[in-house]
Write a protein that binds this ligand. Sequence first.
Ligand code: AMP
Length: 138
Amino acid sequence: MIDTDCIFCKIIRGDIPCAKIFETPSVLAFLDIAPVRPGHALVIPKAHHPALWDLPDEDGRDLLAALKIVGRAVVQATGAGGCNVVMNNGAPAGQLVAHAHFHVIPRVRDDGLELWPGTPYADPQAMSRLAEAIRSRI
Ligand code: AMP
């Protein structure tokens, strides 16, 4: 499936250039044009699916396999000590390109990037209720 207006579909078709780093029949990985840190890569399915839950299981498996390969290579090539693998799903979560993709962001200790803060539930019952609400939708 291809979306003619999607910028990542255009990259997959070769209509827009990219700094390609890895490719399989179902997955493409290339450097992000506006990296959080140099070496920041994107790993995307070649088929157009907007979000994580839209992905066929087979594409998900292929993406995870590619993430392992690309993640290790990005960490080694940049001399980083680790990486964050991040996926934004939906505009409120910061997804700008509606073609499912994972970010691989190389990290070094004390590099100044902050992860989002965690706050314990004020009401323990609220945590149980939310767990039940989520379970009921699975
Ligand atoms: P997201 O906010 O999760 O949808 O991330 C989309 C990412 O795609 C951003 O980090 C952009 O910098 C990146 N991006 C957009 N256009 C291109 C492009 N032509 N080549 C490489 N990366 C791109």
